[in-house]
Design a protein around this ligand. Structure first.
Ligand code: COA
Length: 151
């Protein structure tokens, strides 16, 4: 399976929104509309990478930058069910790190719902270390674990 990763293009918003919606229990927002994705991109401090296989978007990874202080936050990140466990998430993160390094980011964090053991395992496997737990963090009362990786 050949996977290519590129930055988001106009028209990708709908597919990202669909994949996000199917995974919404893992995220803080229930529904991220295509328009909301466009608004995030217009702010200039947020970007999306998408992974494609056979012309189909198989997953995506968002990145929020704080460039003046060399920090960034990964997320949301999700891979379609048919593509999970095949290296798509890893390739998305590798490309995200390449891009973040290029623009001067040194410290990358991700916040994962504490009960999302799959994502906690995935990020640990990708070199992230847990550095704190925030109780009752989301408006629906989920606790989250913050993980960090220096790049
Ligand atoms: C988490 C997620 C993005 C991982 O993507 P993926 O494409 O399935 O993961 P990959 O196949 O690239 O896995 C990469 C590596 O992480 C490891 N890994 C994946 N899931 C893991 C888990 N549950 N526990 C431990 N390691 C895991 C893989 O074994 C692989 O290791 P290797 O490179 O040494 O072989 C995907 O499962 C997903 O979309 N989850 C639902 C949404 C979600 O939870 N997002 C994160 C919210 S913060």
């Amino acid at each position: 399976m050949e996977i290519t990763v590129r930055e988001i293009r106009l028209g990708d918003e709908r597919r990202i929104s669909e994949i996000h919606f199917r995974h919404n229990s893992f995220f803080e927002e229930d529904y991220v509309s295509p328009d909301f994705i466009s608004e995030c991109l217009a702010g200039g401090d947020f970007n999306f990478l998408v992974a494609e296989s056979g012309g189909e978007i198989a997953g995506f990874c968002g990145m929020l930058y704080h460039l003046h202080v060399g920090r960034a936050e990964i997320g949301p990140i999700a891979v379609e069910d048919g593509f999970k466990g095949r290296g798509v998430g890893r390739i998305l993160l590798e490309k995200a790190f390449d891009l973040l390094k290029e623009i001067g980011v040194l410290r990358v964090i991700v916040k994962v719902k504490a009960e999302n053991s799959g994502a906690l395992g995935f990020f640990q496997n990708q070199g992230f270390t847990p550095e704190g737990r925030f109780e009752n963090y989301t408006r629906t009362g989920d606790s989250v674990v913050q993980m960090v990786r220096f790049i």
